[in-house]
Design a protein around this ligand. Structure first.
Ligand SMILES: Cc1cc2nc3c(=O)[nH]c(=O)nc-3n(C[C@H](O)[C@H](O)[C@H](O)COP(=O)(O)OP(=O)(O)OC[C@H]3O[C@@H](n4cnc5c(N)ncnc54)[C@H](O)[C@@H]3O)c2cc1C
Length: 345
């Protein structure tokens, strides 16, 4: 059976989740389609980083921020489809037909593209047999800093992510060694200075050429690196690879429906509208004069995209939603919160 939604949001990152919240607040039947098995988007790449620059929030770990964002996004019980990569958008009359990679069709009156930088996956270490250590001590991100306490960690990479992790890890790990294939690190100077001042072993013109197992375990025990053409062995407890990300994007559209692009970005207005009627966009995937590529920018985009979608579906609707502090949709929830507070006095 074709279940019809008012708004279908492609992508369950910050822009998609906040769009779902705001769409619920404006009384619309909402669906989120996310290609990964989890909501949260790129914020999942940096769970142990502290976020400082969202207005009104004390510095918060990205992991915690992500959990709150998901909870807020699900406030009005949108339908959530995980593990479905949207591949194509077509239109039949007024109805959008959204097709996922597994052949599932979704039907919607309006669409919000919140697919950010696309589907992101880390560039893997291209060394024979590397994948088999991914379950033990070969890492592509730092889930929990504590996991590395007292350990000898080798980081491969020379960009901001590698250097930022080296700075964080040098306070908990027993030792941090950084190897980078080029002559110079390409990260922020201040961070590089911190590494140099804290005795992090930086080996340039070097790359990992093989991983050697720790006897009797499924773990890496040592790493062979090639430095300026000479081999060197490093005994380590953990290897962290930060070689950048692969980005897979490309939602395709029926002929004449493809929104205009500026390079990799959808050309958008500050109201979240694109060149294709009925398709709106929010977050890191769009460009307009003054666009802010931060979480707070994604939230503003989400509000604008939802408000524009609301008016597209119902031209008589108010151009914006009612502020939450005076909005009747929160009446029961506010009463619940009050009861819980009084109950705990
Ligand atoms: C290392 C790092 C640190 C950062 N630190 C900060 C910070 O401190 N403060 C701050 O404000 N911002 C920070 N940012 C930026 C912030 O994370 C982004 O601005 C924000 O994540 C953008 O949200 P988004 O929803 O537009 O995109 P994304 O977070 O990229 O989410 C897009 C979602 O869409 C999904 N998707 C993509 N294509 C499809 C498809 N075809 N079908 C279905 N789903 C799809 C993806 O899987 C993903 O879940 C940081 C970014 C990085 C990389």
């Amino acid at each position: 059976m074709k279940e019809l939604f008012d708004i279908t949001i492609i992508g369950g990152g910050p822009a998609g989740l906040y769009s779902a919240f705001y769409s619920g607040l404006r009384g619309m039947k909402t669906k989120i389609i996310e290609s990964q098995g989890m909501l949260g988007g790129k914020v999942r790449i940096y769970p142990e980083k502290r976020i400082w620059d969202v207005g009104g929030l004390q510095p918060v770990l990205a992991q915690e921020f992500c959990e709150n964002l998901i909870e807020q996004g699900l406030t009005f019980n949108p339908t959530v489809c995980l593990n479905q990569k949207v591949e194509r958008i077509d239109k039949d009359g007024d109805l959008f037909i959204i097709t996922a990679g597994d052949g599932t069709h979704h039907y919607s009156k309006a669409v919000i593209l919140a697919n950010g930088s696309g589907i992101i996956s880390p560039q893997k270490l291209e060394v024979e047999g590397a994948h088999k250590y991914e379950l033990s001590n070969l890492h592509y991100t730092v889930g929990r800093l504590e996991r590395f306490r007292g350990r000898h960690v080798l980081i491969s990479g020379g960009g901001n992510t590698a250097i930022d992790w080296a700075v964080e890890l040098m306070y908990v790990a027993k030792s941090v060694t950084l190897v980078y294939r080029k002559e110079e690190l390409s990260a922020h100077e201040a961070q590089v200075e911190k590494l140099q001042q804290n005795g992090v072993n930086i080996i340039l013109n070097a790359k990992i050429t093989s991983l050697q197992p720790k006897e009797g375990t499924d773990c890496i025990g040592a790493v062979l690196i090639n430095v300026n053409g000479k081999n060197q062995i490093l005994e380590i407890d953990d290897v962290l690879i930060n070689h950048g990300y692969n980005r897979e994007s490309s939602v395709s559209f029926a002929p004449d429906m493809e929104p205009t692009k500026q390079g990799d970005y959808y050309e958008c207005t500050g109201r979240g509208t694109l060149s294709t009627e009925g398709i709106f966009a929010a977050g890191d995937n769009i460009a307009y004069d003054g666009k802010v590529y931060l979480l707070l920018g994604a939230f503003q985009d989400a509000v604008n995209a939802v408000n524009s979608a609301k008016q597209y579906i119902d031209p008589s609707a108010h151009p914006s939603g009612m502020v939450s502090s005076h909005n009747e949709v929160f009446k029961t929830r506010n009463e619940q919160i009050l009861k819980e507070r009084l109950g705990s006095c």
